[in-house]
Design a binder for this molecule. Structure first.
Ligand SMILES: Cc1ncc(COP(=O)(O)O)c(C=O)c1O
Length: 386
């Protein structure tokens, strides 16, 4: 058994880096200066927009900054409400507070684990200005149904595709399904720049506004240092852009590996009752950023205990996201206690969910070892039919 000090852990997440990435970054270090300072940004942004089939892509230092600028460009501000799913990383909702608006926590769908049109609609008030559906763990919400509700009520849609580069919904790419889409290239993501993000949109005016807001209130190309307003400094470096371009040129391979890892889990877990893996609805392509298991209600072992026992075997896991309304960060939020009562699916799934190792360097035998360990723990707990 892979146990004890010095035994390498099976990692939860991590990238695939080849000589291509190293060459592109080295080239950026050597050449992307002076008049060529933006050459890798231009190539990365154009290639990313083309990959998604959208007009514009703007490289940024993080997805959090992309959400911040998207909200500002949508005109979200004090007095407005923005609906977010309960289950997501806090980066989806924190920027709503940055702009002085209020997040409203909606329940999730029990199969996709994403926002649904019904849970979204139930949270709409006259103050709702925007909604942020999240493509959770690489899966897709029912974006047509959500878009229909949003359109009928005049609500802007900001698609948080931080975890879902390359996922598709009815043949359309994740991030291209709202008014604005955002991505994360954090080191744990399928396509990484170490830290980084991208904002995409077909809306010329919105993107122009983002370009000004991300550069201290200067219009793109301004050499007069003539700031029109107080804004932000949200720029990606050329080394990151070079890394992102190299990764994007390998995107089909990266996604194929993620899907292969999921297929390994699926076959290893095929004989296990009482656990559920990520869903993939007809018409969608899940890119399985994080392979995730939900333990059945009837099991007496919690996901937290499962994670602890897997860690003893050198297997790294992460808890399913906690419902946002349950976090100390939202202790004083006016809707949090009501959300905690209403959002039953989020509160039921969260304590039973565990992200399993999903790193791009995993081998078949790593996944087999994780699944055998999982089964052993379930068997020892004496609570399954296996
Ligand atoms: C759903 C979601 N939204 C936003 C973010 C923020 O991304 P970043 O860390 O690049 O700011 C993340 C990061 O993991 C995320 O998972």
């Amino acid at each position: 058994m892979r146990q004890g000090v010095g035994v390498p852990k099976i990692p939860i997440a991590g990238p695939s880096i080849t000589q291509k990435e190293i060459d592109y970054v080295a080239d950026a270090v050597a050449h992307a200066w002076y008049g060529d300072a933006g050459m890798y940004h231009a190539r990365f942004e154009r290639a990313f927009a083309d990959y998604l089939g959208v007009k514009h892509a703007v490289a940024l230092p993080s997805c959090t900054s992309a959400i911040h600028l998207a909200l500002l460009a949508m005109g979200v501000g004090p007095g407005d409400e923005v609906i977010v799913p309960e289950i997501t990383w806090i980066a989806t909702s924190a920027p709503i507070t940055y702009v002085g608006a209020t997040p409203v926590f909606a329940d999730i769908d029990p199969r996709s684990w994403c926002l649904s049109a019904t849970t979204f609609e139930s949270c709409i008030t006259p103050r709702t200005k925007a909604v942020i559906p999240v493509d959770l763990y690489g899966n897709m919400p029912d974006m047509d149904a959500i878009g229909e509700v949003a359109r009928a009520k005049g609500i802007s849609v900001l698609e948080d595709a931080a975890q879902a580069v390359g996922a598709t919904y009815q043949g359309r790419k994740a991030g291209s399904l709202g008014d604005v889409g955002v991505f994360s290239f954090h080191g744990s993501k399928t396509l990484t720049t170490g830290e980084g993000g991208m904002l995409v949109s077909d809306n010329d005016a919105m993107v122009e506004r983002v370009q000004i807001l991300r550069d201290h209130g200067r219009v793109p190309g301004d050499k007069a240092f003539f700031n029109r307003e107080i804004a932000f400094k949200y720029k990606m470096s050329s080394m990151q852009a070079a890394l992102g371009l190299a990764q994007l040129e390998r995107i089909d391979e990266l996604i194929a590996k993620k899907r292969e890892i999921f297929a390994w889990y699926q076959s290893e877990m095929a004989d296990v009752d009482l656990v559920t893996l990520n869903d993939e609805a007809a018409g969608t392509r899940n890119v399985y950023w994080m392979v995730t298991v939900i333990l059945a209600d009837s099991l007496r072992i919690t996901a937290e205990e499962m994670g602890r026992q897997l860690a003893e075997r050198g297997i790294d896991t992460r808890p399913f996201f906690h419902p946002l309304s349950s976090l100390p960060a939202y202790r004083d939020h006016p809707q949090a206690s009501e959300a905690a009562l209403q959002n039953e699916t989020a509160y039921s799934l969260s304590p039973r969910g565990l992200n399993l190792p999903s790193a791009l360097n995993l081998a078949r035998e790593d996944v087999r070892f994780v699944c055998e360990s999982l089964k052993e723990i379930l068997r020892d707990a004496g609570r399954t039919s296996i």
